[in-house]
Design a protein around this ligand. Structure first.
Ligand code: MN
Length: 231
């Protein structure tokens, strides 16, 4: 094939123990913890809904490393959202929740960075969230841990985020309204999941703003920590 301009390099995330996971698409679940739904002024039980980020919004951060993101343009209110990320290894459509585990390659800690002020404006106007959610470097992510190394599905465990080591977000994966298996079932009815897809599964309560110079420290029990500096 002769490309008329250089093709974009594939986005990739390091896998713990070696190798790279090539990123195909990034799906995100909205309001998937009841307390966070309430802090956003919404009801705490509704069918799952989804939005996307471009694959090249990932900022891969290796184990024991501190990543860096630039404070984005057009916002005065950049928010952190710590999330469990599911990496799809086996694609499919209409996947039953009972079969979902077989489609999961592994898990990672991710940050769904959000221009909250723009999101509020877009919501109010009934417009798409892309500018609030899908901007450059909006998806920092730690190393992916293969499923075999985390004793299978991640259905419980503390999920926390600190800014400059001051606790901000705290929850437990048990509190997910739509668990990983149900999320995969729902998503795969709307899109054909492909190997390389990432799913950001939603954030617990305690979201808030960061400023230049802040250090974000995101943790999920059983996965390597994710550290990111805003510059
Ligand atoms: Mn989110």
């Amino acid at each position: 094939m002769s490309f008329v301009i250089p093709p974009a390099p594939s986005a990739a995330v390091p896998v713990l123990g070696g190798g790279q996971f090539p990123v195909h698409r990034i799906y995100c679940v909205g309001r998937n913890y009841a307390e966070h739904a309430r802090e956003m002024g919404e009801s705490d039980r509704e069918p799952p809904f989804f939005f996307m980020k471009p694959a090249d919004a990932v900022v891969p951060v290796g184990e024991e490393q501190t990543g860096e993101i630039a404070y984005p343009s057009l916002t005065q209110n950049l928010h952190h959202e710590v999330e469990l990320v599911v990496a799809i290894g086996l694609g499919g459509r209409d996947i039953a929740a009972a079969d979902a585990a077989a489609h999961v390659y592994g898990h990672a800690v991710g940050l769904d960075m959000t221009r909250r002020d723009l999101q509020a404006q877009m919501k109010k106007a009934g417009r798409p969230w892309s500018i609030a959610k899908g901007f450059d470097q909006s998806a920092p992510i730690g190393p992916i841990v293969p499923r075999a190394a985390t004793a299978g599905a991640m259905t419980a465990g503390a999920i926390t985020l600190a800014v400059n080591e001051v606790p901000r977000q705290r929850g437990d994966l048990r509190e997910l309204i739509w668990g990983v298996a149900e999320t995969i079932a729902h998503l795969s009815r709307a899109w054909t999941l492909q190997p390389g897809d990432l799913i950001f599964t939603g954030t617990p309560a305690g979201v808030g703003a960061v400023v230049r110079g802040d250090l974000l420290h995101a943790r999920i029990e059983g996965l390597p920590d994710l550290r990111v500096r805003v510059r």
